[in-house]
Design a protein around this ligand. Structure first.
Ligand code: HEC
Ligand code: HEC
Ligand code: HEC
Ligand code: HEC
Length: 498
C-alpha cells in the first residue's frame, strides 16, 4: 500500500518537475523582482531593527515569527497552534521512560516560531538548561562573540549567568540577520565555530561552499544534532558528531559510532538501564541531506520553508519560517502540479507511515530497556557466564535507542527523507528485538520469570516527572481521525494512558 502511494507521488512529481525545476531553483521566472542586496548594517550589528531600516519588508516578515500559526493545518507539528504547547513526552509516552534520568525526560516540547527560541529556553524546566552557557550556542546571535571573547567563561557559566553576559536589550533575541547574512554583501553566511569545525570534518571548506550547501547550512547551524562535550562532568564545548562522515552522508550509523566511541559525548545516565549515553537533538540537516529526493535535485530548506510573498509592493522571501502545511503548500507548487489538498494528503501519508514505524520502534526500545532493568536487578551481569550475552544485548539496545531518538527528534515526522526514515526505523525495531530476544533467553536460562508482555509502567514515568515551574500542559497525541495511523500502532495509546 505504501509503495503504491509513493509511486503515485513520484509520478505526479515528475510531471511538473521537468518544466519547473530549473526555473524554481535558478530564481528566474519567479513572480516579481527582488531587491538587489546592498550593505545592510555596520559590521557586527546584532540588532535586526538596524538591518530592517534597509530591508523593511524582510524585517516585517522576520518579526512575524512571533505570530500565532493557523490551527488545523498540520497533523503532527502543532507547536503552539491552538494556544497550548504540545508536549512530546505525552504525545509519545515511551519517551519519558527512555529519557528518565535527565531534562529531556521532564520537559520536551514541539517547536514553535523563531521569536520564542530564547524565551522558551528560559521557561524550560531548569533541568533542561543544566549545561549552562553551552545552551546559548544555537539560540543567541551573541554565542559566537562570547565564545571568541572567553570560551571558558561562557562554558563555565550557569544558564542565568550566561544570559547575564548578553546585552540587556537582547536577552530574548533569537536567530537574527547576522546569524545568516554578511552585513556588506547580504550573502548567506554562518557565524558559529561549531559549523566551521563540522564542515571541515566532512571534508568541506567552510569558506567555499556551493550555493546549496550555504543555504542548507544557515538553517543547519542550529537544525542539527550536537553533543555538549564533557570533561570531568563539566560542559566544555558544543560539537557536531560529524567526524567519519561525508557531506551528504552524515548518517545515523556514523553519528552513533561517534557517540559510542567518545566518552566526552556521554552526557547523562539513563535511569532505567543505568547506561551512560549521549543524545541526538533535531538532526534536520543530517536527515534531509542524506540523499533525500529533494536534496538530490539541489534544493535547500528555504525552497520549501520561505515562500515568496508580497509586502508593501515588494516580493521578498518570507522570513517567518514555519511548516509548509501552514502556508498552504505555496512553495511546493513551483514544482508540483498537485492541489494544496493533494499535496497535504501526500505529506500526511508519508508521516502516518513514519509515525506507525516510529511508535513501534519506541515501544520495542522501551521493552528492551525494561528487560535490561530486570536483568540488572536479578542477575550478576559481570559474571563470566552472563557478561558476553549481556554486552551483546546492550550493544543492540544502544543501536535501537539512538535510532529511535533520531527519528523522534528530526522535525518533519519522516517527510524530509521518507525512504531513509523507514530504513532507520526498521533497523531500530530489528535492533530492539535482537536485544529483547537475547535478554529473554539469558533470563530464562537463569530461571528468571519474564512475562509474555513486559510491563512498561508508562504512566509512572509520564506522571512522575517532578514539578515543572510552569506546570505541564499535557497534550495527548490524538490519532488520525481516519484511523489510518492508529490501525498500525501496537496498541491503543488511549488504553495505555488510562
Ligand atoms: C539560531 C538558530 C536557528 C537558525 C539559524 C534557524 N533555526 Fe529554525 N528554529 C530554531 C529553534 C530553537 C526553533 C524552536 C523555537 C521554539 O520552539 O521556541 C526553531 C523552529 C523552527 C521552525 C518551526 C516554526 C513553527 O512555527 O513552529 C521552522 C519551520 C524552522 N525553525 C525552520 C528553519 C529554517 C528553514 C531555517 C533556515 C532558513 C532555520 N529554521 C534557521 C533555531 C534556528
Ligand atoms: C521539500 C520541502 C522541504 C524541504 C526542502 C525542507 N522541509 Fe522542512 N518540512 C517540510 C514539511 C512538509 C514539513 C512537515 C510540516 C508539518 O508536518 O506540519 C517540514 C517540517 C519542518 C520543521 C518542523 C516545523 C514545525 O512546524 O514544527 C522544521 C523545523 C523544518 N522542517 C526544518 C527544515 C530544515 C532545517 C530544512 C533543511 C535542512 C528543511 N526543513 C527542508 C518541507 C521541507
Ligand atoms: C535563519 C537565517 C536567516 C535569517 C535570520 C535572516 N535571513 Fe535573510 N535570507 C535567508 C535566506 C535563506 C534567504 C534566501 C536566499 C536565497 O534565495 O538564496 C534570505 C534572503 C534575504 C534577502 C534577499 C531578498 C529576498 O527576499 O530573498 C534579504 C534582503 C534578506 N534576506 C534580509 C534579511 C534581514 C534584514 C534579516 C533580519 C531582519 C534576515 N534576512 C534574517 C536567511 C535568513
Ligand atoms: C524545486 C522543485 C520542488 C519543490 C519546490 C518541491 N518539490 Fe517535491 N519533489 C521534487 C522532485 C524533483 C522530486 C523527486 C521526483 C521523482 O523522484 O520522480 C520530488 C518528490 C516529492 C515527493 C515524493 C517523495 C518520496 O520519496 O516519496 C513528495 C511527497 C513531494 N515531492 C512533496 C513536496 C512538497 C509537499 C513540497 C513543498 C513543501 C515539495 N515537494 C516541494 C521537486 C520539488
Amino acid at each position: 500500500m505504501l509503495t503504491s502511494a509513493r509511486t503515485r507521488i513520484a509520478g505526479a512529481a515528475t510531471l511538473a518537475v521537468g518544466l519547473l525545476l530549473a526555473a524554481a531553483l535558478g530564481g528566474c521566472g519567479m513572480v516579481g523582482e527582488k531587491p538587489v542586496p546592498e550593505p545592510a548594517a555596520p559590521a557586527g550589528e546584532h540588532d535586526p531593527a538596524v538591518w530592517g531600516e534597509k530591508y523593511p519588508a524582510v524585517y516585517q516578515t522576520w518579526l512575524d515569527t512571533a505570530d500565532p500559526r493557523p490551527a488545523g493545518k498540520s497533523r503532527y507539528k502543532r507547536g503552539f497552534d491552538d494556544g497550548q504547547m504540545y508536549d512530546k513526552l505525552s504525545e509519545y509516552p515511551f519517551m519519558p521512560l527512555l529519557f528518565k534520568g535527565w531534562g529531556f525526560g521532564i520537559d520536551y516540547q514541539e517547536p514553535r516560531g523563531h521569536y520564542y527560541m530564547v524565551i522558551d529556553q528560559g521557561e524550560a524546566d531548569p533541568s533542561r538548561v543544566k549545561a549552562g552557557g553551552a545552551c546559548l550556542t544555537c539560540k543567541s546571535p551573541y554565542a559566537e562573540d562570547l565564545n571568541t571573547e572567553d570560551k571558558d567563561a561562557l562554558f563555565g557559566a550557569t544558564y542565568d549567568e550566561a544570559i547575564g553576559m548578553l546585552p540587556e536589550e537582547h536577552r530574548e533575541l533569537g536567530a537574527a540577520c547576522i546569524d545568516c547574512h554578511d552585513n556588506e554583501t547580504m550573502e548567506l553566511q554562518t557565524r558559529r565555530w561549531t559549523v566551521d569545525a563540522a564542515l571541515t570534518e566532512v571534508g568541506l571548506d567552510p569558506g567555499a561552499l556551493s550555493t546549496q550547501q550555504q543555504r542548507l547550512m544557515v538553517c543547519g547551524q542550529c537544525h542539527c544534532t550536537y553533543s555538549v562535550m564533557k570533561e570531568d562532568g563539566a560542559s566544555v564545548d558544543v560539537d557536531f558528531p560529524w567526524e567519519g562522515s561525508e557531506w551528504g552522508a552524515v548518517t545515523v550509523e556514523n553519528v552513533i559510532d561517534t557517540l559510542v566511541n567518545d566518552p566526552a559525548r556521554l552526557e547523562w545516565t539513563q535511569e532505567v538501564t543505568g547506561l551512560k549515553l549521549g543524545f541526538i537533538r533535531h538532526p534536520d540537516i543530517e536527515f534531509y541531506s542524506a540523499g533525500s529526493p529533494h536534496m538530490n535535485v539541489g534544493m535547500a530548506c528555504n525552497d520549501c520553508h520561505m515562500p515568496d510573498i508580497r509586502v508593501n509592493n515588494e516580493t521578498v522571501s518570507d522570513h517567518n519560517l514555519m511548516s509548509p502545511l501552514k502556508t498552504d503548500m505555496v512553495t511546493c507548487k513551483r514544482c508540483h502540479y498537485d492541489s494544496a489538498e493533494e499535496l497535504r494528503a501526500r505529506v500526511f501519508a508519508i508521516q502516518d507511515a513514519n509515525a506507525a514505524l516510529f511508535i513501534n520502534a519506541g515501544y520495542k526500545t522501551a521493552t528492551a530497556a525494561k528487560l535490561i532493568e530486570l536483568t540488572n536487578a536479578s542477575l550478576e551481569t559481570s559474571a563470566a557466564d552472563i557478561k558476553p550475552k549481556y554486552d551483546e544485548a546492550i550493544g543492540h539496545y544502544t543501536q535501537a535507542f539512538y535510532r529511535t531518538v533520531w527519528m523522534g527528534a528530526e522535525n518533519s515526522l519522516g517527510f524530509h527523507n521518507p525512504a531513509e526514515g523507514q530504513r532507520i526505523l526498521k533497523d531500530a525495531q530489528t535492533e530492539a528485538d535482537a536485544a529483547t530476544a537475547i535478554l529473554r533467553e539469558l533470563l530464562a536460562s537463569k530461571g528468571v520469570d519474564v512475562p509474555a508482555e513486559v510491563p512498561l509502567e508508562l504512566s509512572k514515568y509520564l506522571d512522575d516527572r517532578g514539578v515543572h515551574k510552569k506546570g505541564f500542559v499535557k497534550a495527548h497525541y490524538l490519532p488520525d481521525p481516519s484511523g489510518q495511523a492508529q490501525k498500525t500502532w501496537p496498541r491503543s495509546l488511549a488504553a495505555i494512558l488510562e
